[in-house]
Design a protein around this ligand. Sequence first.
Ligand code: 13P
Ligand code: SF4
Length: 334
Amino acid sequence: MIELVDGQQFGVDRMPTRAGTPPARLDALGREILALKKRLNAVILAHNYQVPEIQDLADFVGDSLGLSQQAAKTSADVIVFCGVHFMAETAKILNPGKIVVLPDRDAGCSLEESCPADKLARLQATNPKFYTVTYINCSAEVKALSDVICTSGNAVKIVNAAPADRDLLFVPDENLGAWVMEQTGRPMTLWRGNCYAHVEFTHASISRIRQDHPGAPIVAHPECTRAVRLLADEICSTEKMVTYCKQSAAREFIIATEAGMLHRLQRECPDKKFIPAPTDHCKCNECRFMKMNTLEKLHDCMLNLAPRVELSPEIIARARAPIERMLEISARPA
Ligand code: 13P
Ligand code: SF4
C-alpha cells in the first residue's frame, strides 16, 4: 500500500494517473519503480510541487515540514527524495547512515543561492546578540550556522519560541520573514533573498483573476510579496493549503503558489475547483528546479543509486542541532 502524509492510502492497482499520460508507459515505468523500491527497501518522498506522475508514485507527498518529519522517522534503508537539493540534504542530515538519492542533482533553489555561508557568517559577526532563524530553503552549510530552522508551516511558532533577549536574524526569504514579523510582532533583521517563482505573482495579476472568479478565496504562499499577500484570504504553507481548502465551504479557490500544488489539491478535494494564479506573463507559475525531476530520472536514480547526497560528518553534526530544535518546537502543543 502507498501511504500519504495524512494517512490516506492507495493500492497500487488503484493509483490515480494524470489525465493525458499514456497509461501503458506510466504503468510500465511505474511498476519498475515500485519493484526497485521493494528491492532497495526504499521510501519515496515527494514535495507537493513535483509533477503529478511522481506524486502518484510516492509513499509520502507533503510540504517541507511534513517531509522532514517523515525523513526523521523512516525505517527505510534508502531515501529517494523527489524535491530540490536542500530537501534531500535535510533528509541526509537526519539520516547520516542511510543512502539518500535525488532524481536531479541540479534541482536547486533561488533562496539557497541567495545566501552563501561565508556571507551569512560575516553578517552574524556584526552582532553577537543575533539569534539566527533560518528557513529550511538553504544549504547544509547555512543550516550549520543557524540557531534554529523553520519552514513556512511552522515559522510563526518557531519565532514565537525564540529567546526574548536576542536580536532575531531571519534568513534567507525576506517575504516569509516580513509575513512572520506581521504575525508575531517580533522585529527581525531580514536577509534580502526571495523565491524567484513566487515573486512573479503581482498585485495586478492576482486582482485580474479575482475579477473573473469573485467568489473564490485567494490562497497564497508566504513567499509571495506583500502586495500579493494583501489580496489573500489565507496565507499558509502548501500542506496547510490542503487543510484550508478541505475545510472551507467554498467550491472554487485561486491558488497563488507553484502549479504542482493543484494536482495534490485536486486529488484531496475532487469535487472542488482550483484555479492557478497567473503571473503577468503566464497563466500559471512553475518552479524550474522542482520541474527538473521526471519519472525517468526517478527510475534511474533508484537503479544507479546516484546522484547521492554526501555531506561531511562535521557539517552533519552542526546542521542537525538546529533542525532537531525545529522538530522539537514544532511538536509542542499549540
Ligand atoms: P512548503 O514547505 O510550504 O511546501 O514550501 C516549500 C517551498 O519551496 C515553497 O516554495
Ligand atoms: Fe526554491 Fe521557490 Fe523553487 Fe520553492 S518554488 S524550491 S522556494 S525556487
